[in-house]
Design a protein around this ligand. Structure first.
Ligand code: HEC
Ligand code: HEC
Length: 310
């Protein structure tokens, strides 16, 4: 029997490929007359993780499959540790295989590593715990839990044959440089309405079938929190430029990617769990100043950003 996520992925792909979708999309493009962005040429050849079919049916294979299942259906399989509507795979696309989408094959071999965020050397386990706490707005499973053991096994297997301690091309989210004139949130909204709202919703809330998100939220109570890496405009711009709109990555200009990333990341989401004495200003100083480009604790149109949402 095929696991459910394959069906979901197919459903998503079909949704994106249907003529109705295409018609809707070109209507929107006409209305907003977006400047056509030159497609980025990318000839980089990336590390190839092993194929699913190469995985053996032994105890190791079982553990790897379990890790993959948790990575894809995180909320269902690790419910105690997830506080929003997200799954790991929502940001680490193609089950953690896709280059420039935080692929696991380039991550596993880079730990233990020093992280500024925690000001200490993190193990791979601690790095994943960070994504549970911030990206998943949840709590970290214990280091020796079955969940983290399975996720580690999956990452280890995906990096079969990758060199240790060498940052491979495609690691992380490869950010476009900040546009010379800065970013523009109003322009970002135009991009969002034309190219993103169809799937992620006009209010950024994503779309559900039953209780499962098929299109994940990009802001609001079920999205990543104010402490997550994706809240940085530069990081989101990198993710978006390479991967969005889904199935049509590498089609947005640096400017469009930054504008729409800023638009998404000016919206409220769950509070940064590291908040200092309930004070946004202090929290900004301690954790957000110097953490790339982000809007937490800034004032936009007279509104203080970063108040959090439950
Ligand atoms: C909302 C998007 C999002 C979700 C959901 C998410 N991550 Fe991440 N993840 C990121 C971002 C962004 C980074 C890079 C962060 C940074 O640079 O601070 C990252 C980094 C990582 C890294 C380190 C990558 C490297 O090259 O060093 C690992 C491992 C990881 N995530 C695993 C997970 C796991 C496991 C889950 C699910 C429990 C998960 N992530 C959920 C966005 C996400
Ligand atoms: C055809 C539908 C579709 C369109 C259009 C689309 N997305 Fe997505 N987006 C998705 C899906 C599905 C995922 C999760 C991928 C997965 O789980 O494999 C996703 C993931 C994301 C994520 C990371 C997860 C999260 O919810 O935070 C961000 C950010 C995002 N999209 C932003 C955008 C932006 C910005 C645009 C417009 C430029 C856009 N998307 C257009 C379907 C779409």
């Amino acid at each position: 029997m095929k696991p459910i996520y394959i069906n979901l992925a197919v459903a998503i792909f079909l949704a994106a490929a249907t003529p109705a979708f295409a018609a809707e999309k070109s209507k929107l493009d006409d209305q907003t007359q977006l400047p056509k962005a030159p497609a980025k040429v990318n000839n980089t050849s990336y590390f190839k993780p092993p194929l699913e079919s190469e995985l053996q049916g032994n105890a190791f294979g079982e553990l790897v499959r379990r890790g993959e299942a948790i990575f894809v259906n995180t909320k269902a399989l690790a419910p105690d540790y997830v506080g929003n509507g997200m799954a790991c795979v929502n940001c680490h696309l193609d089950r953690g295989r896709k280059a420039n989408s935080g692929p696991l094959w380039s991550a596993y071999t880079m730990y233990p590593a020093y992280r500024k965020k925690s000001n200490k050397v993190n193990t791979y386990t601690e790095r994943m715990q960070g994504c549970f706490q911030f990206s998943m707005n949840g709590t970290a499973p214990p280091a020796d839990s079955e969940i983290l053991t399975a996720l580690t096994a999956y990452s280890y297997w995906l990096s079969t044959g990758a060199p240790t301690g060498k940052s491979l091309p495609g690691r992380g989210f490869d950010e476009p440089p900040p546009p010379p004139g800065g970013f523009d949130i109003a322009r970002g909204k135009v991009v969002y309405d034309a190219q993103c709202a169809l799937c992620h919703g006009e209010q950024g809330a994503g779309k559900k079938v039953g209780s499962t998100y098929v299109f994940p939220p990009v802001w609001g109570k079920d999205s990543y929190n104010w402490g997550a890496g994706m809240h940085r405009v530069n990081t989101a711009a990198g993710f978006i430029q390479h991967n969005m709109p889904l199935g049509r990555g590498e089609t947005m200009s640096d400017q469009q990617a930054w504008d729409v990333a800023a638009f998404i990341n000016m919206h409220e989401r769950p509070q940064d769990p590291r908040i200092v004495n309930g004070d946004i200003e202090l929290t900004r100083k301690r954790f957000h100043d110097g953490d790339g480009t982000n809007l937490y604790g800034t004032v936009i149109d007279g509104v203080l950003i970063g108040q959090g949402i439950k």
